[in-house]
Design a protein. Structure first.
Length: 87
């Protein structure tokens, strides 16, 4: 009975080992690329806070995009330059 349990355990360990070797590194690379650490961040020109592209409030000035942490910073930026905010 104990021999049978040992054989089953060895077969399971072998199966897991083979499965991990055949999986390769592609899934690991995809997970690493999708991590929040790899998100692009921009510095808010008004308060200096760093904000990710997905969370940023975007304003345009002369065709150039500027990224802000909030609408308040966007409004302050446009007041300093004398422009209306564009999104």
């Amino acid at each position: 009975m104990i021999r049978m349990l040992i054989y089953v355990l060895l077969i399971y360990v072998g199966y897991r080992l083979i499965k991990s070797l055949t999986r390769g590194k592609t899934q690991e690379t995809v997970k690493r690329d999708a991590s929040p650490d790899s998100a692009v961040t921009y510095r808010d020109p008004v308060c200096g806070m760093y904000v990710s592209e997905s969370d940023a409030v975007v304003g345009k000035l002369d065709g150039q995009r500027h990224y802000f942490c909030s609408m308040t910073c966007l409004e302050k930026f446009s007041e300093q330059l004398g422009h209306e905010p564009h999104s």
